[in-house]
Design a protein around this ligand. Structure first.
Ligand code: PBG
Length: 339
């Protein structure tokens, strides 16, 4: 009231009770109260493979990332292991010749991925080898499933994915990553693995995978951009949806997934948190090619501090509830973490 002599209610609690800056004042105090930690053991390193020998071919839209020939993959695995990175994830580059309508190369025991698995298992047996299960590297249409009369057919695709999974398990893969988003593939793969005696092969399901434009540079890296007709919206998720992500995770866990993934990463941290809170299972995010390219491009222009935004982005995944991150930054981040 105007002219009142009554004491005003203080706007903040009286000092010194609520000085939140106290625990930020020194590095030691900040270290003590830090809630989230990032370590090399949180990282999975995605690497691209190419035919040929003695090759490391740069991927133009992903500066710092190369496609390696199989004879160079053992060295990459040893580098990762030396840095404390527990797993490496393989993606084959395939030219137009390897792509057919029947996708037969996908389950060939001697395809690029399967040769690379064997190479890593002999060069560096203790690192975990993860694979990608989807037909897109070997499909003339660039899609993750068979295309019949313009439709991506689910059940026929699942049969092919099972063959692909068995070939990878046979080659020695530790973690299978179905990224295809067909219905029923986790159950079918799990049953086939059990049937073939591969009881300890784990499945990290790309459970909540969105139809994202952030996959652009990856499709260049694996040779899928030119092949892809149309989009993947009939099988990958609508970026507008949240509840559906939880239904997909529940479904994949019930079918035998050991771990689940949210993809892309940074624009979907809310989904990571939802999944971790709802299920409490090993949860991973994929910081995809477009996220990597975006940070790299801004750093190359001097607009962002590259190493700092890299580390901040990786910490954000941990804070959002992820147990780990698939990231092209893995070796660079591990080097910083190892001091
Ligand atoms: C394909 C697959 C994709 C990625 C991983 N597996 C691309 C897609 O779905 O088109 C994307 C990874 C990235 O962008 O880094 N099955």
């Amino acid at each position: 009231m105007k002219g009142s002599t009554a004491m005003k209610t203080p706007l903040v609690a009286p000092f010194p009770a609520a000085r939140l800056r106290r625990t930020r004042a020194t590095p030691a105090l900040r270290a003590l109260v830090r809630q989230t930690h990032l370590a090399p053991s949180d990282l999975i390193w995605p690497v691209f493979l190419t035919e040929g020998t003695d090759l490391e071919v740069p991927v133009p839209s992903m500066p710092g990332v190369v496609r390696r020939s199989v004879d160079r993959i053992g060295a990459a695995a040893r580098e990762a292991q030396g840095l404390g990175i527990p797993a490496i994830c393989l993606f084959p580059y395939t030219g137009p010749d390897a792509r057919t309508a029947d996708c037969a190369m996908a389950w060939d025991p001697d395809n690029l991925t399967n040769r690379a698995i064997r190479e890593i298992k002999s060069a560096c047996p203790d690192i975990a080898v993860m694979t990608d299960i989807a037909l897109d590297p070997y499909n003339a249409s660039g899609h993750d499933g068979f295309v019949v009369d313009g439709e991506i057919v689910n059940d026929e695709t699942v049969e092919a994915l099972v063959r692909m999974a068995l070939a990878q398990a046979e080659a020695g893969a530790d973690i299978l990553g179905p990224s295809d988003m067909m219905d029923g593939r986790i159950g079918a793969i799990r049953a086939a693995l059990e049937g073939a005696g591969h009881r300890n092969v784990t499945i990290l399901s790309y459970a909540a995978k969105y139809a994202s434009a952030f996959y652009g540079p990856f499709r260049d890296a694996v040779g899928a951009s030119a092949a892809l007709t149309g989009d993947k919206k009939t099988y990958q998720m609508d970026p507008a949806n949240r509840d559906e992500a939880l239904r997909l995770v529940a479904r994949d866990l019930s079918e035998g997934a050991d771990m689940v993934m949210v993809k892309p990463g940074m624009p979907y941290l809310d989904i990571c948190r939802d999944v971790k809170d709802a299920f409490g299972v090993p949860t991973f995010a994929y910081q995809v090619s477009g996220e990597y390219a975006m940070l790299r491009a801004a750093a190359a222009n001097g607009w962002l501090d590259g190493p700092k935004v890299m580390m901040e982005s990786l910490m954000a995944f941990k804070r959002a509830g992820c147990d780990g991150v698939l990231t092209y930054f893995a070796p660079e981040a591990a080097r910083i973490l190892n001091g």
